[in-house]
Every structure is written in structure tokens, then in C-alpha cells.
Design a protein around this ligand. Structure first.
Ligand code: AMP
Length: 366
């Protein structure tokens, strides 16, 4: 398994994440021209000279959220079902169509997020099968599933807590106002990193969108809710044609139509490549600070237009190379879409080819 670490650097209002890569023979580097046998040496080097980073390293930032992942996993009998009474619901953070999300305390010690699922929204067996896989997926850019309370309804899903909530809300509110194009691309690269890990594990998200990415301190982004979409049922007493803005019911499942690749909508062919299509839509959400894709169109109109070859135009503040990435993600033939690994590299190296382009890109502000 490839393990990625990031060097997070603050430069005034901007925060940048540099991926630290590992050499096969041992050692680390950010740019290939400077390799180091230890991380300490790497930090020392960039403390003496910026050498291509946005700024020279000065002092370490204060410790970020450090969820004690293992505490919840190993103290339990079957390793992931926990006592409902060990959780205290402290503050409601939000409500989605499938239930509520609370900030909570586990065993009076660990802050967690608790998702409470509306009874009947999920097929329990599907969920438990999916959750067993989700629990094994550990990566710094994926929201860690800690535990569940699934013996009775409402089902609780306990995960790590992210200070700034969903990316969609973050983009639309004050936090988003401060973000410039390099920040947005850096966030996109982090999301691609999380997705590249899912890709390497042959796992499909099925509902990748800004609403399902969470933001922590320093613009840290993590992909959430992977695999859950598969478990949601269409409510029996609801007319299947009755849809909300985002999720449309069809064939016993609900689709976030505007984020879903045509082959997934038309033939239920979900794959990591349909996730890549959704990632293209997510890039649109990022660069428009959380606008609804295909503005003004209904889900039905969107399906029709996409089918006849239409794709969204370049948003006004979007650099051409980034729009090119979106277009690659929206290739009709799934095979022609890039992998998440390629997307991650492309976005991480977005400003590396031309050292002056980093500062130029600051011109692309809202
Ligand atoms: P959801 O039901 O997943 O759409 O979540 C509803 C809202 O709860 C989201 O928009 C987030 O703002 C918030 N939320 C969900 N999960 C978390 C989490 N792990 N940490 C912090 N806030 C969260």
C-alpha cells in the first residue's frame, strides 16, 4: 500500500498542501530534484530555503485535529458495534435527507460526528456489508468510519469530526470567500488523492460531490459517505417520480442526476470512471464557489442535453487548464476519462511546470 503524507504550509491567507512522496529505495521528496533520507532533513532543507515551495518554512503550526481512531475500534467486542449509551449527542450540525448529523462525545473522551439515519432509509444488511468494508478503508483524505450502532433504529454511524462541515457549505459561506484558485486546486488535489486511494482499493464512491466532502482546519479536505449511496432505499410510500433537487428516484435507487455519469444513469453502470465524471462536476462546484451545476435546468433536461453531447461551459473564473481537466472527466466513453491517480498528479503539479504561474494564478480570484 502507498502511504502519502502532506506538508501543509501557510503563506498569509493561503494554505498549500505538498505531497511528500517516497522513493522505492527509501527516502522522501517533494520535488525530485531534492531528495532526503529522513523527513527531518526534508523539513530542515525547506526551513533554510523555500526551493520552490510557496514560502520558506518558519515555525510548526499548532497540532491539528487528531482523532483517536483506534480508541473506538479496539475497545469493542466485535470491533465496531458500540453501545449507544457510550455516545452523548452534543450539538446538531446539520440534517440531510437521510437523517441528522450531530457533534458528539464518545465515552466522555473523544469528540466524534454521529450520523443518525432516519428509520427505513437504508437496507440494513446492505449497510452492514458496506460498512464492514468502509471501516477498513483508512487514508488521510478519507473520513474515517469509527463505529456503528446498528442493532436497533435509528442506525448511528460514528465518524471523525470535521470542524468546517461540508465543502459545499464552506464554499458558499465566509470561508469560501477567502479561497483563491490555488487553494481550490489544492483542495481538488486532496479530494483526488482520497479518490485515488479508493481507486487503488477497487472501491466505488457513487455519490462524489461537494456536499459529500468535509473540510477541517487549514482547508484540509476529506471524502465522506463513500459507498453509502448503494444502501439507500426509495421510500415505499413515496411516488418514485417525486424527486428533490439532487436525488432522483429510479429503478429502486436514488440518483444525484446532475453528478451522475450518463452510463450510470442510463444503464446503472457505476464504476470508478463514473466517479471521475462526478469529480469533474465537483471541480465545477469548487470553481463556482458552490453553484448548482447546469443552473436553471431540471434533472430531466440535464439528462437529455448530456445525451445529445452538451457539456457545461468554462465558468468565468476558471483557468483553461482546469477546464480542460473537467472536459476530460466528462468524456462520453468512460475508458477515455483519466484515472484518479492521474488527476491527483495533474492537480498537484498544476503550478509546478512554470514557477511563475503560482503567483499568476492569484489573479484568478472572485
Ligand atoms: P449529511 O447528512 O451527510 O448531508 O450531513 C449534513 C451536514 O452535517 C453536512 O452538510 C455537514 O455540514 C455536517 N456534517 C456531516 N458529517 C460531518 C462530520 N463528520 N463532521 C462535521 N460535520 C459534518
Amino acid at each position: 500500500m502507498r502511504v502519502f503524507s502532506f506538508l501543509i504550509v501557510r503563506d498569509g491567507e493561503t494554505v498549500k498542501h505538498y505531497r511528500i512522496r517516497q522513493l522505492d529505495a527509501g527516502g522522501y521528496f517533494i520535488a525530485r530534484k531534492a531528495t532526503f533520507s529522513t523527513l527531518t532533513e526534508l523539513v530542515k532543507h525547506y526551513s533554510q530555503s523555500s526551493d520552490g515551495l510557496c514560502v520558506k518554512l518558519s515555525k510548526p503550526c499548532r497540532k491539528l485535529e487528531a482523532p483517536s481512531t483506534n480508541g473506538l475500534s479496539y475497545d469493542t467486542v466485535d470491533h465496531w458495534e458500540i453501545e449507544r449509551t457510550s455516545l452523548k449527542l452534543l450539538k446538531k450540525l446539520g440534517a440531510g435527507q437521510f437523517g441528522e448529523v450531530w457533534e458528539g462525545l464518545w465515552n466522555n473522551t473523544t469528540l466524534v460526528a454521529i450520523k443518525t439515519l432516519k428509520p427505513g432509509t437504508m437496507n440494513k444488511n446492505d449497510f452492514l456489508r458496506e460498512a464492514a468494508i468502509m471501516k477498513k478503508l483508512r487514508h488521510p483524505k478519507l473520513i474515517q468510519l469509527y463505529a456503528v450502532c446498528s442493532l436497533e433504529e435509528p442506525i448511528y454511524i460514528v465518524t471523525e469530526l470535521m470542524k468546517n462541515g461540508s465543502l459545499l457549505e464552506y464554499l458558499q459561506k465566509d470561508g469560501g470567500l477567502k479561497l483563491k484558485i490555488p487553494d481550490l486546486i489544492d483542495m481538488a488535489a486532496q479530494i483526488a488523492a482520497g479518490m485515488a486511494f479508493l481507486e487503488s482499493q477497487h472501491y466505488i464512491h457513487r455519490d462524489l460531490a461537494a456536499r459529500n466532502v468535509l473540510v477541517g482546519e487549514n482547508n484540509i479536505c476529506k471524502v465522506a459517505d463513500f459507498g453509502l449511496a448503494r444502501c439507500f432505499k426509495v421510500e415505499k410510500d413515496k411516488d418514485p417520480t417525486d424527486s428533490d433537487d439532487v436525488y432522483q428516484a429510479s429503478e429502486g435507487a436514488k440518483f444525484p442526476v446532475k453528478w451522475t455519469a450518463p452510463e450510470a444513469i442510463n444503464f446503472c453502470k457505476f464504476s470508478i470512471k463514473s466517479d471521475v465524471w462526478s469529480f469533474g462536476i465537483l471541480l465545477y462546484e469548487l470553481v463556482t464557489y458552490g453553484k448548482m451545476p447546469y443552473p436553471g435546468w431540471t434533472n430531466f433536461q440535464t439528462i437529455q442535453k448530456i445525451g445529445s453531447g452538451y457539456r457545461m461551459h468554462q465558468p468565468p473564473s476558471c483557468p483553461i487548464p482546469l477546464y480542460n481537466v473537467m472536459q476530460q472527466c466528462w468524456k462520453d466513453n468512460p475508458v477515455e476519462r483519466p484515472t484518479f491517480e492521474t488527476l491527483q498528479w495533474t492537480l498537484e503539479e498544476f503550478f509546478e511546470t512554470d514557477p511563475t504561474s503560482y503567483s499568476d494564478a492569484n489573479a484568478f480570484v472572485r
